[in-house]
Design a protein around this ligand. Structure first.
Ligand code: SAM
Length: 253
């Protein structure tokens, strides 16, 4: 049970734990219609490479065997669309996100891509998933978990809804570990991204939150320990692009 005085981070601000989700939801309501364009601009297209690497690691079956993916905090559907394109005809994905505006953009994209029969969109909270125990063959969460107020609950829920023998993959911003790149990255994050956010979405503050929240996310070794605590085995991570991003992996055995 949460204590009423518990706090957490919203970017660099300390906020009551119960307020964080509302603040996060405001960010994604504000940027939803321009979210995909901003991803390309902010990452100079690199988010596509990172997401493709996640789908390569997921390795969905090419054959017709049934395979059910749960893509939590899946937003506008990027991971599920990529996985559906890589997979055989037995593949289905559920994109679960707390934000109806992000899901609305995702549903439209699914229709345009003729993937609406294989990728469905469901509103839900990562901390309390409305799915049965052991319902999924894989769970992905890309650039989502740092926005969830109670990461430990989200990890426990991930473990619960996975079938024994199936995989959890989390793509998340990490800590740049290349001397020189860290200063360029900080400069770009704090001096370029918020003004770019203002120019494209009219909202600099949301993008300030996004870059601050990256700095507050636990280092990969600590996150790996949180995954083990939730029950995952064979936990590990791969650092990408000099540590800008990490791909975390664990198994429910
Ligand atoms: C940065 S976006 C990532 C979207 C997508 N996975 C991608 O990689 O493009 C983060 C998403 O997390 C969602 N989110 C935040 N808190 C959540 C929660 N508690 N449960 C489910 N989704 C949440 C937001 O609504 C938003 O769509």
């Amino acid at each position: 049970m949460d204590r009423p005085d518990q706090t957490t981070h919203f970017g660099f601000r300390d906020v009551p734990l119960d307020d964080k989700q509302t603040l996060v939801n405001d960010v994604f309501h504000s940027v939803a219609s321009r979210y995909d364009l901003m991803n390309d601009l902010m990452s100079v297209g690199l988010h596509r490479v990172w997401k493709d690497l996640m789908v390569t690691a997921l390795n969905p079956p090419r054959a017709d065997a049934p395979f059910a993916l749960l893509d939590v905090a899946g937003g506008t559907g990027d991971i599920s669309f990529r996985a559906a394109k890589a997979a055989g005809s037995g593949f289905k994905a559920v994109v679960c996100d707390i934000n109806s505006d992000m899901l609305g953009v995702g549903r439209e994209r699914a229709v345009v891509r003729h993937l609406d029969d294989r990728v469905s969109f469901v509103e839900g909270n990562a901390e309390k998933l409305d799915f049965a125990d052991g319902a999924f063959d894989a769970y992905t969460i890309a650039f989502g978990i740092r926005n969830v107020p109670r990461i430990d609950l989200a990890l426990s829920e991930a473990f619960r809804v996975l079938k024994p023998g199936s995989r959890f993959l989390c793509l998340e911003f990490s800590s740049v570990d290349v001397p020189g790149l860290d200063r360029i990255y900080d400069l770009f994050s704090f001096k370029v991204i918020p003004p770019l956010g203002r120019a494209v979405t009219g909202d600099a503050e949301s993008y300030r939150y996004l870059v601050e929240s990256i700095r507050k996310f636990p280092k990969p070794g600590i996150f790996a320990e949180m995954m083990r605590t939730a029950g995952f085995s064979r936990v590990g991570w791969q650092s990408l692009s000099g540590g800008i991003v990490a791909l975390h992996s664990g198994w429910r055995l």
